[in-house]
Design a protein around this ligand. Structure first.
Ligand code: FAD
Length: 332
């Protein structure tokens, strides 16, 4: 270890202070565990990129940053120590079973358990207007934002399962959905494609890329699109652009082989434990059906309680620290 590098010992180190990380910090604090939440930026995670939330039970309408501030205050009230501007670069497991979480300045956080809640990042188009109109027309989440587009004309970008499924889903609200795809065929599974082709509210625009999101008075009004075969550009009037060209889970910091699905999301058991004992996973980074604030905090609750049980069993020398749920009706 270098001269200026420090090592800190904790019962549990939580990586990321989004909804999952802050909720895990709250439960760890209530369980009187010595816990730290390491956040590379500011507390809030994707809530800080979300204008309004209307589907978090108990809050009919709350701004993303307001909910983030409430989560932080609540977690800290129960003793969560949140360290901001502290990017974790690597999590490794030592031969003695302890984890080392190394942060950017070289400091080490040593703990028998880690909960990774590092979330993921929607892949961006990288075009003019995309970031400017994020939350004001541009979205990466149909379940979250679809209801704001009741009766609107919108466009969806992409050609995989997510784009096709979400285009179909968004027709519950939108009057018309243009599905803009850069190729002349979808990658989506045939059954999902069929739903798109049979939906009268969807018009597919093939061989076309979105070049710019344009708006007025802070709201999106149209998109500039270009046919890649002919080179012709035109304006497509639409007040929303839902972009589904991929989502990258932030798993690069885990320096061990963890079981994951085809998309790179970490697979856990029902206790949120990964294939590496003592390494727990919660929120958007976890392989699961959906990614919402409710699921992130639900995962985190389970993970923090499981950590507490894991640590108690470890102290008592129990060889099978966490019970796995029994399937009912299984024959012996
Ligand atoms: C535009 C948008 C709108 C949304 N709207 C809604 C909605 O209306 N309702 C809803 O329920 N859900 C919504 N969601 C989804 C919701 O925001 C996520 O499901 C939720 O934030 C997931 O929480 P999380 O804690 O797992 O991950 P995140 O919120 O992604 O938080 C992860 C945290 O980990 C930190 N981190 C990552 N890597 C490191 C590292 N190496 N070191 C330290 N820190 C690290 C990040 O900085 C971040 O703070 C929306 C998502 C988006 C993108």
């Amino acid at each position: 270890m270098g001269a200026n590098v420090a090592a800190f010992e904790y019962d549990v180190v939580i990586i990321g202070a989004g909804p999952a990380g802050m909720c895990a910090g709250l439960y760890a604090g209530r369980a009187m565990l010595k816990a730290v939440v390491l956040e590379r930026g500011f507390p809030g995670g994707e809530l800080l990129n979300t204008e309004v939330i209307e589907d978090y039970i108990g809050f009919e309408h709350v701004l993303g940053h307001e909910l983030a501030a409430k989560f932080q205050a609540h977690a800290e009230k129960f003793g969560a120590e949140i360290r901001t501007s502290t990017p974790v670069e690597a999590i490794t497991k030592r031969p003695d079973g302890m984890f080392e979480s190394r942060v950017e300045n070289g400091d080490l956080f040593v703990s028998p358990t880690v909960i990774v809640t590092a979330g993921g990042t929607p892949v961006k188009l990288g075009i003019p207007g995309e970031l400017e109109y994020a939350g004001k027309g541009v979205s990466y989440c149909a379940i979250c934002d679809g209801a704001f587009y009741r009766g609107h004309t919108i466009l969806v970008v992409g050609g995989g399962d997510a784009a096709c499924e979400e285009a179909d889903f968004l027709t519950r609200y939108a009057e018309k959905v243009y599905l803009v795809h850069r190729r002349d065929a979808f990658r989506a599974s045939k059954i999902v494609q069929q739903r798109v082709f049979q939906n009268p509210k969807i018009e597919v625009i093939w061989d076309t890329v979105v070049e710019e999101v344009v708006g007025k008075d802070g709201l999106m009004t149209h998109a500039r699109i270009r046919n890649v075969q002919t080179g012709a550009s035109r304006d497509l009037v639409a007040t929303g652009a839902f972009i589904f060209i991929g989502f990258t889970p932030n798993t690069g910091i885990i320096k061990a082989h963890v079981e994951h699905d085809a998309g790179g999301y970490v697979i856990t058991d029902a206790n949120m434990q990964s294939s590496v004992p003592g390494l727990f996973i919660a929120g958007d980074i976890r392989a699961q059906l959906t990614r919402q604030v409710t699921t992130a905090v639900g995962d985190a609750t389970t993970a923090a309680i499981a950590v507490e049980k894991f640590l108690t069993a470890r102290k008592n020398g129990d060889p099978a620290p966490l019970p796995q749920p029994m399937l009912t009706g299984a024959s012996a």
